[in-house]
Write a protein that binds this ligand. Structure first.
Ligand SMILES: [Zn+2]
Length: 106
C-alpha cells in the first residue's frame, strides 16, 4: 500500500519511525519525474534518525538528472513483492568520513 504522507507535526516522524512502518522510500523529482528508490533503513544509516521533513526539505537536494534544486519529494512505501523486480534500488555503497584540518592564528 502506498503510504505517501507522514504526520506534518514537527518532531513527530523520524526516519527510524519510517523504517518501522515502511521498507522503501521513493524520491521523485517534481520537475523531470525521475524517481529513485532507497531502503529506508539505509537512509537511517546514512543520515541518522532525522525527521523525514528535514531529510527532504532541509538538505537542498539537487536532482542529478535535470539539475533543479528543491524539487525532490519523498514518499514512504511498502511495494508488493511482485513490484520489487521493477524497482531499481539505489543502495548504500559506503560512507566516507572526510577529515578536515582547521587552523587558527595566534
Ligand atoms: Zn529532475
Amino acid at each position: 500500500m502506498p503510504e505517501p504522507y507522514w504526520p506534518k507535526k514537527k518532531g513527530s516522524y523520524t526516519l527510524a519511525d519510517a523504517a518501522r512502518n515502511s521498507s522503501h522510500a521513493r524520491l521523485r523529482c517534481r520537475y523531470c519525474k525521475t524517481e529513485r528508490w532507497y531502503l529506508v533503513e539505509e537512509l537511517v544509516e546514512a543520515f541518522g534518525s532525522i525527521e523525514c521533513d528535514d531529510l527532504v526539505y532541509g538538505r537542498r537536494w539537487r536532482c542529478r538528472k535535470c539539475g533543479m534544486e528543491d524539487t525532490i519529494e519523498m514518499s514512504l512505501e511498502n511495494p508488493p513483492a511482485a513490484n520489487l523486480q521493477e524497482i531499481r534500488l539505489r543502495r548504500l555503497d559506503g560512507i566516507v568520513n572526510i577529515r578536515r584540518v582547521l587552523w587558527r592564528d595566534e
